[in-house]
Design a protein. Structure first.
Length: 249
């Protein structure tokens, strides 16, 4: 029996696994992050996979290939709920890139028709609904973006922010992300800025410590686990259990 789905909780998917999507939906996850940047998705996969995910009542946050027009528009044209845009350097960069996710006069998204218009035409109400309901989240993973986060969140083409803790730690010269005091100080800056702007923020929260922080600081969505990590944890648990039984024989 499927648990009630909760959009606050997302799973991170690295490839177009239909089984993984069905599992997370059945467990009660309400959203998925597609790691198009580092995963194994191609355009044909996304064209089939995104509508399948939406049919499972999953919000789809597409972490696109890069801060460019094409990947942003393609993800939205395929039906993604939100685009997560990596490698945003600062407010000027965010203003130029996030505009590709909103139609004129607000932004600079190009009209394509197809699935999002049910293969028909469009009108002003449709474009307004698209701008309102499809979200654009620049990633905060660069020192410049963190320093200018208030100005980034103030942009009308920005609906919220998505944190990239690992890259942020590297680019803030702390080395590999270790959930250090400095790491959490940066996350607090993001959370406070989002709260002040009245816009959502999203955190990949693998550990209990990160989950507690996100809940305490009003994250709109928590990405609870990544696909490969969940597979590894399952394989490890079965092997550890069997080794323990072997030792006790």
């Amino acid at each position: 029996m499927q648990d009630q789905q909760d959009r606050r909780y997302a799973a991170w998917l690295s490839g177009p696994s239909f089984a993984a999507a069905e599992i997370v939906a059945d467990l009660g996850y309400g959203a998925v992050v597609l790691d198009i940047e580092h995963g194994s998705f191609d355009l044909a996969d996304l064209e089939r996979y995104i509508p399948f995910l939406r049919a499972l009542d999953l919000e789809v946050l597409a972490k696109v290939l890069g801060p460019e027009r094409g990947p942003i528009q393609q993800a939205l044209d395929f039906g993604a709920t939100a685009v997560v845009v990596p490698h945003i350097e600062g407010v000027a960069h965010a203003a130029a890139i996030c505009a590709f996710g909103k139609f004129p006069p607000l932004g600079d998204r190009s009209f394509a028709g197809g699935r999002t218009t049910r293969y028909g035409g469009f009108d002003d109400e449709w474009t307004a609904r698209q701008d309102r309901e499809t979200r654009v989240y620049p990633m905060i993973e660069d020192a410049g973006a963190l320093e200018q986060i208030a100005d980034i969140l103030a942009l009308p083409t920005v609906d919220g922010v998505f944190v990239g803790p690992s890259d942020l730690s590297l680019r803030r010269e702390r080395g590999a992300y270790s959930r250090s005091e400095g790491d959490f100080a940066d996350l607090k800056l993001v959370a406070d800025a989002a709260r002040a702007a009245g816009k959502p923020w999203v955190l990949p929260a693998w550990s209990a410590e990160e989950k507690a922080f996100a809940l305490e600081n009003g994250a709109d969505q928590l990405v609870l686990t990544m696909e490969h990590g969940a597979i590894m944890a399952g394989f490890r648990a079965a092997l550890d259990q069997t080794r323990e039984l072997t030792r006790n024989r």
